[in-house]
Design a protein around this ligand. Structure first.
Ligand code: ZN
Length: 124
């Protein structure tokens, strides 16, 4: 799924133009007055999508291409196949069906604002 999203961002990046602003920073703008700042070093764009999804946004992809980079190198490791395989290396224990769950009723006691003690039944 991240690959499709990245491919979409690559297509959308064609609508933007990046201008190097010094160091690792770029100003990315379209043909209107909208523009964003991208910092390649901190992997951040002022639209905040890159920092939120850990996947380069269209503005970042535009800046990456201007920097002669490959957008896939800027995708976080959490989206890699190795990380996915590592997360699911252990088996998941099976559970019984809902029809054989045991039910019970528990009571909790609480004190009201008037000082009376009451019980309320909880059913799970
Ligand atoms: Zn952006």
């Amino acid at each position: 799924m991240p690959r499709k999203r990245l491919e979409k961002h690559v297509v959308e990046s064609a609508k933007w133009r990046a201008s190097w602003a010094g160091g690792s920073k770029y100003e990315v703008r379209n043909f209107d007055i909208v523009h964003f700042t991208v910092d390649m070093k901190t992997r951040d764009c002022s639209c905040r999508l890159w920092g939120l999804c850990e996947l380069p946004c269209p503005h970042a992809v535009c800046a990456i291409y201007a920097h002669n980079g490959d957008p896939e190198e800027f995708v976080e490791n959490c989206y890699s196949i190795d990380t996915y395989a590592h997360c699911y290396v252990d088996s998941i224990n099976p559970i019984n069906g809902k029809n054989i769950f045991t039910t019970f009723t528990a009571f909790i006691a609480f004190t009201t604002t008037t000082g009376d003690t009451q019980e309320e039944g909880l059913r799970s």
